[in-house]
Design a protein around this ligand. Structure first.
Ligand code: 13P
Length: 251
């Protein structure tokens, strides 16, 4: 059985003071033991969060990693090996804000995906369509191509130690959530795409939904057969709300 996962993407939010407050709030939550929980602070705050969450059964991840695993001359970037050294266990790869606003291509993202894995961390591959693409009925094609790019580059076995997050761009930060049925349809297609390559791998890969997940809609989304948890943005900045989402995933 796949273990449910709830991950909080803090994006470009937080100061040392607000992060300390959030850590305090998270430490006070009653969290279900049956759910893998992770938070992704800005790289600047990774050390503070790793220290602050010691003993809290919450993994810490990074929002991005360099295209190479090892240290080197690459100004402004952070190597996967450095993230491991700082205590990170996972890294987001291909968030739509990086694909669309920073122009990260599948080729660059594939290099990041490989670097993260080669350093021993788990990539959380984010895929999803824009509103325009959904309206043009291109959702499954777009998502299939984004996932297919990784499969083509590294083979299906590369998905064994990876998580896939389906995040429709139109649902991110907009308050518009995909309905459980809309999300399930895409998740089922993603799993079918994986199963075409290897059914065992397909059954094992966790598929998270992201896009305006909150305590009020989490249980319904997580009850769908191919939705194995959530990647939460805005609502993860509130410890009580995030805790409630984690508990919804545990039920
Ligand atoms: P929101 O939950 O704020 O819509 O963000 C989703 C997201 O982008 C998580 O990576």
């Amino acid at each position: 059985m796949r273990r449910t996962m709830v991950a909080g993407n803090w994006k470009m939010h937080g100061t040392r003071a607000s992060v300390a407050e959030l850590i305090d709030g998270l430490a006070k939550q009653t969290l279900p033991g049956s759910v893998d929980i992770a938070v992704f602070p800005s790289s600047l705050h990774v050390g503070q969060v790793v220290n602050g969450l010691q003993g809290a059964s919450i993994a810490v991840g990074a929002q991005d990693a360099a295209v190479q695993a090892d240290q080197g001359a690459l100004t402004g970037e952070i190597a996967s090996s450095q993230l491991v050294d700082a205590g990170c266990k996972l890294v987001l790869v291909g968030h739509s804000e990086r694909r669309l606003l920073l122009g990260e291509s599948d080729e660059v993202l594939n290099r990041k995906f490989a670097a993260v894995q080669s350093a021993g961390m788990t990539p959380v591959l984010c895929i999803g369509e824009t509103l325009e693409q959904r309206e043009a009925k291109q959702t499954l094609e777009v998502v299939g191509q984004q996932l297919g790019s990784v499969i083509k580059a590294f083979g299906i076995q590369a998905l064994v130690n990876a998580v896939v997050a389906y995040e429709p761009v139109w649902a991110i930060g907009t308050g518009l959530t995909a309905t459980p049925e809309q999300a399930q349809e895409v998740h089922a297609a993603i799993r079918a795409q994986l199963a075409k390559e290897d059914s065992e791998v397909a059954q094992g890969v966790r598929l998270l939904y992201g896009g305006s997940v909150k305590a009020a809609n989490a249980a319904e989304l997580f009850s769908m057969p191919d939705i194995d948890g959530g990647l939460v943005g805005g609502a993860s900045l509130n410890a009580d709300e995030f805790g409630a989402i984690c508990r919804a995933a545990g039920n």
